[in-house]
Design a binder for this molecule. Sequence first.
Ligand code: MG
Length: 482
Amino acid sequence: MKRTWIFVVGTAVGVVMLLMVTRCGVVPDETPMAENRPPNVVVLFADDLGYGDLGVYGNPAIRTPNLDEMAEEGQKWTNFYVGASVCSPSRAALLTGRLPVRSGMYGTQERTRVLFPDTPGGIGANETTLAEALRARGYATGIVGKWHLGHLPEHLPMVHGFDRWFGLPYSNDMQQTAERDAPFLASIFLRPRSEYWNVPLMRDEEILEQPADQTQLTRRYTEEARAFIEVNREQPFFLYVPYTMPHVPLFTDEAFVDVSAAGLYGDVVEEIDWSVGQILDTLREHELDGRTMVLFTSDNGPWLVYQQQGGSAGPLRQGKATTFEGGMRVPAIFWWPGTIPRATVHEMGSTLDVFTTAITLADGEAPADRPVDSLDLTPVLFQTGASPRNTMFYYRADELHAVRKGLFKAHFITEGSYGEPPAREEHDPPLLYHLGEDPAEQFDVGPQYPDVIADILAEVKVHRQGLDVAPSVFDLRSPPEQ
Ligand code: MG
């Protein structure tokens, strides 16, 4: 009897110990390797979508039920910044975690603020992209959409860490086939046709179609993204979907023509919303929603000169190509059901931070041989700590125009978008806005806060001490013939 009792207790202790050890991961788990794999990372990156263009960010006309639901299930960030307010530098910042002044991915001439089909420059071989960093950790890597980091063979996605690519090498308003006649230009954006822009659609190194049928881009990107997820569902993957839209010229599939009260721009955003819903559904169908971090954001603010076709920055001032909030602050929704608690996050974050955050999730380390401007946002995502980001440097080309620290933002130089007002103006002492009380940047409170200005100037001094400005790689060509 006593023996039996000892045996029962012994067995019970043994089972409990085995369970504990198994939980700690000392004994190999019986579950497949897949259970221990790092999370997938999906970055959905709209082009020129403004802070005020989604339902969940207050747009009163454009319907975005899928993005609204994504925000409801995840985290909506209200102080999230891009690394630059135009396409190519912003994309370089996202994929390298470095300010464009460090990588040379900026242009100083009016027509080289982004890369053009006649610009030989592009992302440098010495840069480490997020795709390269994650591929080194065993991830499958795919890009579906607009690249815009150099169209020559040595700059294409396949050379910079991506296994697969389907999309455009640059913006959809480039390679214009029509004469540069002002009334005609205005009309082609109002009633665009794909053949007005001889933009190639590529798969890996091959041109599939030229000009690309722009009405089908969002639909085809969605199909390609779904297929990538299905093919790679058994292994960790990084999927980057830089949509071509809603950058002008605006196009949708027939199914989204005249569906929105917000006109053509609304149609285009509603199609992107549909696309996001399809991609999230694909993750759910394959039970990958619990092991995939998805971020939806934009590369820069709205292109306001296109008026109704240019989107809205909501309550924020100005838009694309400026260092006002409307140019640099964008919608950002993080989604990872069961892991990222639901929240509205008012702390600061940046597309620059996606690099280090994703590498941290993959249990890797950011490259140590170069300075990065990227911070680990996982404490905020998991709601275990505060955001490490308390400052943001707003560059235009290689000039520092503004700095945010905490709730205050100092402007040293203000300037409108691409020759639009307001005219360039230098400020000494800087303009100072309180972004909590005054997110629209209307009221200069500099005279009331000399200590804040002094503190920001000290921050700039430290920043410049560690900064090795690389020459622009966009300006390496003769000026365009007019
Ligand atoms: Mg853009």
